[in-house]
Ligand binder design. Structure first.
Ligand code: AMP
Length: 395
């Protein structure tokens, strides 16, 4: 079955058409600047990218352009749209309602809408994409795959904050965690790759991308993760602060004369390694600046790696041990000097890095030495493929 995977943001939309049996990507691309001017990037497997500038006032026109490109007689991936058997949608927040993927019905859409408060930047955009697809592809089954679902197995002690309990009861203020599709995919693959017993395994997944999070997976189930009510908590990220003393918010608001929206903007968009370094949020730029001896870039990388190492230590404590650790996402898969910095803290776990293996980029590999007590791997993530698999399983 051909599955169209859609990841819809407020002004952009990424898509892939995947043939589920072979798991081959038939075509992929994105729509950018929806509601502004509009740009479609389309690439059929084996061909060059096609870029079309065209008006996309809403997501509906954007999705229509994607469908037109997918069955364009010259470079289309399918001869007819009826060859698309299902659509899998990424949905950011499923609250406590969704602990797994779900077939999208009117009732389910209402329940997703009820989670909008928890992810006001993301869920409404996801819903717009789902509704536009349902209008343009009537009768095609659609599945929602939630970023939060994999983390729903966390015990209460891991997801409750030290806040008045009534905030949890009234507003559902708690840790939810994100990147769940990736943590699920990578933890399962790690267990398979190392031939571990899934029902007796302790693994840690470090999803280190522009957004970064880490999770503790005990016997195949998530027991803790670093992102919280929102994706701002936890690791130091590209432009997000991660954990800070919450009192800093009031302090900065007063000093900089900012309201709460202004402070949140600083924490989400002007902090992290970009805010620290003043260079970039991108680790390719940071690595260059680091090698040139740029002092702030050096601190940014040190702070980033130190925070990851501290979280790994805390998750070893949470699980009373660890069998294997996986690095994934842009930085985890590609940036060997950051992996090296993190692993340098983990000698107490009996980990020794294999320097040559650690040069790997974007492929599955063990990067610890054979005599290490804990095995460390690079496991590339593939959220689109995970969404495709979930979709096929449900339809
Ligand atoms: P992600 O959000 O998963 O796409 O990760 C983006 C981060 O990965 C950026 O900081 C990139 O600098 C970093 N990265 C390093 N090398 C690569 C690479 N070869 N391809 C993609 N991302 C990379």
């Amino acid at each position: 079955m051909n599955v169209l995977v859609i990841n819809c943001g407020s002004s952009s939309l990424k898509y892939q058409l995947i043939e589920s049996a072979s798991e081959a990507v038939l075509a992929k691309g994105l729509c950018e600047r929806i509601g502004i001017d509009g740009r479609l990037v389309y690439q059929k497997a084996g061909l060059d990218k096609e870029i079309t500038e065209a008006a996309m006032p809403t997501h509906k026109e954007a999705i229509q352009m994607v469908l037109d490109a997918l069955h364009n007689p010259e470079s289309g991936a399918v001869a007819d749209l009826s060859e698309i058997g299902a659509v899998g949608h990424r949905v950011v927040h499923g609250g406590e309602k969704f602990s797994g993927s779900v077939v999208l019905t009117d009732e389910v859409l209402k329940e997703i809408e009820a989670c909008n408060d928890l992810a006001p930047l993301h869920n409404p955009a996801n819903l717009i994409g789902i509704r536009a697809c349902r209008e343009l592809m009537p009768g095609v089954p659609m599945v929602g795959v939630f970023d939060t679902a994999f983390h729903q197995t966390m015990p209460k002690k891991a997801y409750l904050y030290g806040l008045p309990y009534e905030y949890y009861e009234k507003y559902k203020v708690r840790r939810y965690g994100f990147h769940g599709t990736s943590h699920s995919f990578v933890s399962k693959r790690l267990i398979q790759f190392l031939n571990l017993d899934a029902s007796a395994s302790k693994v840690i997944v470090a999803h280190l991308g522009n957004g970064a999070s880490i999770s503790a997976v005990l016997n195949g189930e998530c027991v803790d993760t670093s992102m919280g009510l929102t994706p701002l908590e936890g690791l130091v990220m590209g432009t997000r602060s991660g954990d800070i003393d919450p009192a800093i918010m009031e302090f900065i608001a007063k000093k900089e004369n900012l309201d709460i929206t202004g402070v949140m903007n600083v924490l989400n968009k002007k902090s992290g390694v970009e805010g620290l370094s003043g260079v970039s949020s991108d680790f390719r730029d940071l690595e260059k600046a680091y090698n040139e001896g740029n002092e702030r870039a050096v601190y940014a990388c040190e702070v980033f790696a130190y925070r990851v190492a501290k979280y790994i230590g805390s998750y070893v404590a949470a699980m009373n041990g660890v069998d294997a650790i996986a690095f994934t996402a842009g930085i985890g898969e590609n940036t060997s000097f950051i992996r090296e910095k993190i692993l340098a803290y983990l000698g107490y776990l009996g980990i020794t890095m294999d320097e040559e293996a650690n040069q790997v980029r974007g492929e599955e590999k063990v990067i610890s030495t054979p005599d290490s007590r804990v095995t460390v791997c690079v496991i590339p993530t593939n959220e689109e493929l995970a969404i495709c698999r979930e979709t096929v399983a449900l339809v």
